[in-house]
Design a protein around this ligand. Structure first.
Ligand code: ADP
Length: 164
């Protein structure tokens, strides 16, 4: 059975991520989306909220599972009994960083391979940070994320405004 892990922050999941998820899921038997819970960073959405958003948008994909993790990716990959790590490449600037991790991960975990999927050009500009910035200023994010995610973003920023 071919098991892959697609790790990331997904803060929040975007249409670019979803495109990679669908393409990767069609190539492997089981795809585990690893939602990184990094205690030294303060994300906009908690790991639980990010897992819930991903579960909603992936509900039609039967071989996709969503799990939160912290610590080293190699440890999570071994725990999942996976041998493939999926990463998306948007631009050359992504490549240098990704290459370094792919190579160091193979030194530590030789059975693990990183599979790079090149973004569809229509999503090459898209990142979670762009989405967060637009949403913070009530910008139109309908081309960037599914409606269920856009709703959570609106709720998040409405609540923040109320608290201030
Ligand atoms: P972001 O950079 O959006 O905060 P993440 O840390 O959640 O992203 O990224 C998880 C993975 O998804 C990375 O491999 C990243 O390169 C990839 N990715 C992010 N946005 C896109 C996109 N628009 N198209 C293709 N891959 C993407």
């Amino acid at each position: 059975m071919r098991i892959a892990v697609y790790p990331g922050s997904f803060d929040p999941v975007t249409n670019g991520h979803i495109d990679i998820i669908k393409r990767a899921a069609s190539m492997v038997d089981h795809l585990i989306i690893g939602v990184l819970h990094n205690s030294s960073k303060t994300p906009l959405f908690s790991a639980e909220e990010r897992v819930n958003m991903l579960s909603e948008v992936c509900q039609e994909l039967p071989n996709v599972e969503i799990r939160a993790f912290d610590g080293l990716l190699v440890d999570f990959v071994v725990e999942c009994h996976a041998t493939i790590v999926v990463r998306g490449l948007r631009a050359v600037t992504d490549f240098e960083y990704e290459l370094q991790w792919a190579q160091s991960n193979r030194i530590v975990c030789p059975q693990m391979d990183t599979m790079f999927l090149v973004t569809n050009v229509q999503y090459s500009y898209l990142s979670s940070s762009v989405v967060r910035e637009y949403a913070a200023y009530q910008g139109d994010i309908s081309a960037f994320v599914p409606e269920s995610v856009a709703r959570r973003l609106r709720e998040k920023f409405d609540n923040r405004t109320l608290v201030q």
